[in-house]
Ligand binder design. Structure first.
Ligand code: HEC
Ligand code: HEC
Length: 272
């Protein structure tokens, strides 16, 4: 065991903000072997949670997020829309057609000339290929279908394209990550990079990785999207959150997926 030094200077986090949000030093066991949950210095949020929470995530029968995945599997086979088609009619067995897909998003979409995430890809299929209504962004259907698709990539290392036509969007996402905002004038990096491993009130600060989304949170008592988490973290520093599915959040999602490159897809992860 060693005590991590707490790096707080006026240059990193404004002192007033630090006191306000209640940062303190934590004991962190750096020698632990986290297996696939750590790649070089990149660590999944899994490794910051309690043994009980981790055990719940690991047990596919006890993991509360699996109810959503099972519902997604049902939706996969239900025909909807003017074409009278289900996802399965075109994509067949998801364990084959969707294997690894969830680990490669956000991906460039030529029609809109920008990256889209899995939620948006699902709605493209609903609207254009099924003639059905799009799912509402944070609806149960959307979360469960997204969780089902991503769960087909369980354990698959995250791997997104960031060069070529993706490059400008990646740069925007990165800028967002390091930009101060809100009344507390803090950037994502102030908590998830500079103070990773420290305590913020009763919570152990992680790197804010996104390889487990949609994630089941005890606080939410259900699955939630990564954009819901972004909104929550924006609100915590008294910043105005962006819309679900906004370009800003998709770009941020792209940057953060790359930031966690090589970490395994954990959907549905369990967090407090
Ligand atoms: C009428 C056929 C059809 C139906 C029905 C359909 N899709 Fe698709 N889907 C496609 C085609 C074609 C593509 C490939 C588009 C491309 O390559 O750009 C695709 C692509 C995808 C992808 C991206 C795959 C990748 O490798 O990036 C996902 C995810 C997906 N569909 C999910 C769904 C889901 C979920 C449903 C049901 C809600 C669904 N699709 C219904 C035809 C369909
Ligand atoms: C004031 C500190 C603070 C700031 C600033 C902050 N967060 Fe967080 N964030 C937290 C806390 C606390 C948690 C819950 C514990 C943890 O996983 O770190 C969290 C959790 C997360 C998670 C969930 C990680 C997981 O394993 O499920 C993500 C993703 C995340 N934050 C992204 C962001 C992004 C993106 C920003 C910038 C827009 C941001 N955070 C800004 C405090 C912060």
């Amino acid at each position: 065991m060693k005590i991590k030094s707490l790096v707080i200077s006026a240059a990193t986090v404004a002192l007033a903000s630090t006191a306000y949000i209640g940062l303190s030093v934590a004991f962190d066991d750096d020698s632990h072997d986290w297996g696939d949950y750590q790649v070089e210095d990149r660590r999944s949020g899994y490794t910051y949670r309690s043994a009980e929470t981790r055990a719940l995530q690991d047990d596919e029968f006890e993991n509360p997020g699996m109810v959503g995945v099972d519902h997604g599997a049902e939706l996969w086979n239900i025909a909807e829309g003017s074409e009278g088609k289900a996802c399965a009619d075109c994509h067949g067995d998801a364990s084959e057609s969707m294997a690894k897909v969830g680990a490669t998003y956000p991906k460039f979409n030529a029609a809109s000339s920008k990256p889209i995430n899995v939620e948006q890809r699902i709605n493209l299929c609903r609207v254009e290929n099924m003639g059905a209504e799009p799912f509402k962004y944070e609806s149960g259907e959307m979360l469960n279908m997204t969780a089902f698709v991503k769960n087909q990539s369980l354990g698959e290392p995250v791997n997104v394209v960031i060069d070529g036509e993706m490059a400008p969007f990646f740069e925007k996402g990165k800028e967002f990550y390091y930009e101060r905002r809100g009344q507390l004038d803090m950037a994502c990096s102030h908590c998830h990079e500079d103070n990773e491993g420290n305590m913020i009130r009763a919570d152990h600060l992680s790197q804010g990785q996104i390889n487990g989304f949609p994630t089941y949170r005890f606080k939410w008592q259900k699955l939630g999207s990564v954009h819901r988490r972004f909104r929550g973290c924006n609100k915590n520093i008294r910043a105005t959150p962006y819309k679900y599915g906004s370009d800003e959040y998709v770009n941020l999602e792209l940057y953060l997926t790359w930031r966690g490159r090589g970490l395994p897809i954990e959907t549905p992860a369990v967090r407090n």
